[in-house]
Design a protein around this ligand. Structure first.
Ligand code: AMP
Length: 287
């Protein structure tokens, strides 16, 4: 496995792979790897000749009061973990390497970014699209792997890939959870012992709402049940809890087939997100 920090080194490796006719699977991450990230890499390794993983805490997707500087980082540990799941190249650039100039040209995420996390984190998805577009151009993957954990991110990147004709396919990997249901996240290290005991209530609430929705089809009631569960079982506060059609992220109507039930909850100082995606016919979740 090679670890490179510059665009020049990455380009050399990518062009050698292309000349050799190898397919490239790409896993973008912010590092501090856990089993969720490793599941993406495992899928990429199964489906491609070469796996490139980026590890870059992207400043342009953090708001001014968010945790960019305190976000956990551990490149040596990440490197060792990545190697165990078949990553061939780690691209870990500095901020200066990624953003040496600012010509004032930005990508703006559209309607899908005005709600859910986009409402609480203005500009977040613009920053995500900026870094993802750059990374797609650099890595030139055949397939790029994203987690359903960030379902809104997936929907918005899907729109960019479709509307701007990026020559690649997205692969979406289901959420990897702790045994008690808490979605794995690099930010789980922020949770105190008390927070950690409360956090699994988020997934439990989503499951309750999912079951209720399939039983009655009543969106308002399903959301109310989940909200009440979170309020009763945690000391946290709900940022949003919404049921929308997926992946377009619009209100549910008669034609809706697949839905996203998504939430963000502050447990202590930590903002946790989670979701379930399912078909209104009761079929297994898919993206
Ligand atoms: P991050 O490092 O948090 O930016 O995440 C990098 C990628 O890993 C994104 O596509 C995430 O959706 C994905 N990811 C993060 N946590 C999980 C998880 N628990 N299960 C599956 N994928 C995940």
């Amino acid at each position: 496995m090679k670890v490179v920090h510059t665009i020049a080194e990455l380009k050399e490796l990518v062009s050698a792979a292309k000349i050799a006719g190898k397919s490239i699977g790409f896993v973008p991450t912010m590092g501090y790897l856990h089993e969720g990230h490793l599941a993406l890499a495992t899928n990429a390794s199964r489906e491609n000749d070469i796996v490139v993983m980026s590890i870059f805490v992207n400043p342009t997707q953090f708001g001014p009061t968010e945790d960019f500087s305190s976000y956990p980082r551990d490149l040596p540990h990440d490197t060792a973990l990545a190697e165990t799941v078949g990553v061939d190249i780690i691209f870990a650039p500095s901020v200066e390497e990624m953003y040496p100039t600012d010509g004032g040209i930005y990508i703006r995420a559209g309607r899908q970014a005005e709600i859910l996390c986009g409402a609480t984190r203005p500009g977040h998805f613009d920053g995500v699209l900026q870094v993802v577009a750059k990374l797609f151009n650099l890595v030139q993957p055949n397939y790029a792997y994203f987690g359903q954990k960030d379902a809104q991110q997936v929907a918005i990147i899907q729109t960019m890939v479709r509307d701007y004709n990026f020559p690649l396919e997205l692969r979406i990997v289901p959420i990897v959870r702790e045994e008690d249901g808490l979605a794995k996240s690099s930010r789980n290290v922020y949770l105190s012992a008390q927070d950690r005991t409360e956090a699994p209530a988020i997934h439990a609430a989503l499951r309750l709402a999912h079951d209720q929705m399939l039983k009655t089809g009543n969106v308002g009631q399903a959301v109310a049940i989940a909200s009440a569960y979170i309020e009763e079982h945690t000391s946290g506060s709900i940022d949003y809890l919404q049921l929308l059609s997926y992946p377009d992220l619009s209100a549910i109507n008669d034609k809706t087939e697949q839905v996203l039930l998504a939430t963000a909850v502050y447990i202590g100082k930590t903002r946790l997100i989670d979701n379930v995606i399912f078909s209104l016919k009761g079929e297994k979740a898919y993206v």
